[in-house]
Design a protein around this ligand. Structure first.
Ligand code: UD1
Length: 340
């Protein structure tokens, strides 16, 4: 029996590139599609250096129906992992139409193309952002859903579109994976998060400060209702997240039905804890100022990861120290990201 072929959209992005390696290691054939709108072709040669296989790749925009059709034509694709999306929360409030058009347009196109080619197994990159400001912690999958940004709305609408699709045609099997805060990098230091501009997220910003690329970190508020007053999040190592996709694909391809799962560790860490852990990992100091809260931020957000453990046999094993060590190696070896 030949190994199933999995199509990754947004394949050269941060989470997808790590998932690519995890899928290869698990014996899947992988084909990647990306238009490099927020990633570099250099990722492909890095993947080839780390893995044992030359990555099979098509440069295309997944909003382009005929380009995606051509990817499916002549191949037996068992499942799609749809990563491709715009993901900057702040930018989404400035360019909402671009976010809705891209994130929903690509999802619709992927599903319609899959349907035409009788491929009905899909993993959707959702986000803990669909829980909005959570009423209870830790957050279970059956918690109330709400969003606070156009980006978040595209993720929740994406889930709703797929739930309607499943209702209309129960032969679809869909994994809704709600990521908490992905950080870290491959232990080779060859691939990692590669923000093009000033990082929006905490970990890449902290690593650039440790490196001396940026002078100081701004900590957005220390008056939250948390043990040290700074925001608490559920950081999850991108390698664990990648393994979560393998587990979800196995579940779906085994015919167990659709699944909605939190991919987090279930451990909350504050901004200050992360800064201290990063200083230990890097041996560099991370100077910071406390500034006012960032609009839209919440006190605390962490998962109840029980469902993923029981249903998928998956857990986030790597701790905050490992996340910082691996981020630091990536940052040190690639001070200017993939470009440099
Ligand atoms: C954000 C997105 C979420 C997305 C995730 C990707 C929102 C509401 N949510 O989560 O949808 O999936 O990124 O990882 O934006 N912080 C600082 N200084 C900084 C940057 C961040 O103090 O320069 C603090 C924040 O206030 C927060 C914590 O660090 O308490 C984590 O922030 P960030 O990495 O941006 O992630 P989220 O906001 O949790």
């Amino acid at each position: 029996m030949t190994n199933p072929t999995i199509l990754l959209t947004g394949a050269t992005g941060y989470i997808a590139s790590h998932t690519w390696l995890a899928l290869q290691a698990a014996g899947f054939n992988v084909i990647g599609v990306d238009n490099f709108s927020n990633s570099s072709p250099e990722v492909l040669s890095r993947l080839e250096r780390i893995g044992t296989l030359r990555p099979e790749f098509v440069q295309a925009d997944v909003c382009d129906a005929s380009a995606l059709d051509a990817v499916f034509a002549g191949r037996r694709i068992a499942a799609v992992v749809h990563f491709a999306a715009h993901k900057a929360v702040g930018e989404s409030t400035v360019r909402p139409l671009a976010y809705y058009a891209n994130n929903l347009g690509s999802l619709l196109n992927v599903c319609q193309t899959m349907q035409r080619h009788c491929c009905k197994t899909l993993v959707f990159s959702s986000s803990a952002t669909v829980y909005g400001k959570p009423e209870r912690l830790p957050i279970r999958e059956d918690a109330a859903l709400a969003t606070t940004s156009p980006y978040g709305a595209t993720k929740l609408m994406g889930e709703n579109i797929l739930r309607d699709l499943e209702k209309a045609d129960p032969t679809w099997a869909i994994g809704y994976l709600r990521y908490f805060n992905p950080v870290g990098a491959h232990e080779s230091g060859l691939i990692g998060e590669d923000p093009r501009d000033t990082p929006n997220n905490l970990m890449p910003y902290v690593s650039q400060v440790a490196m001396g690329k940026r002078a100081r970190l701004q900590i957005f508020g220390n008056d939250y209702d948390t043990p040290d007053g700074t925001g608490v999040r559920d950081y999850i190592h991108v390698l664990d997240l990648a393994d979560g996709h393998v587990a979800a694909l196995r579940y779906l391809l085994d015919g167990k039905g659709s699944i909605t799962a939190n991919l987090g560790r279930g451990r909350g860490h504050s901004v200050l804890e992360l800064v201290r852990a990063f200083e230990r990992a890097s041996g560099c100091s991370v100077p910071f100022d406390i500034v006012s809260r960032r609009p839209g931020d919440i006190d605390a957000c962490y998962a109840d990861p029980t469902l993923a453990r029981l249903a998928l046999g998956w857990q986030g094993l790597r701790d905050l120290d490992a996340m910082c060590v691996d981020t630091w190696r990536w940052q040190r070896l690639n001070p200017n990201g993939m470009a440099g």
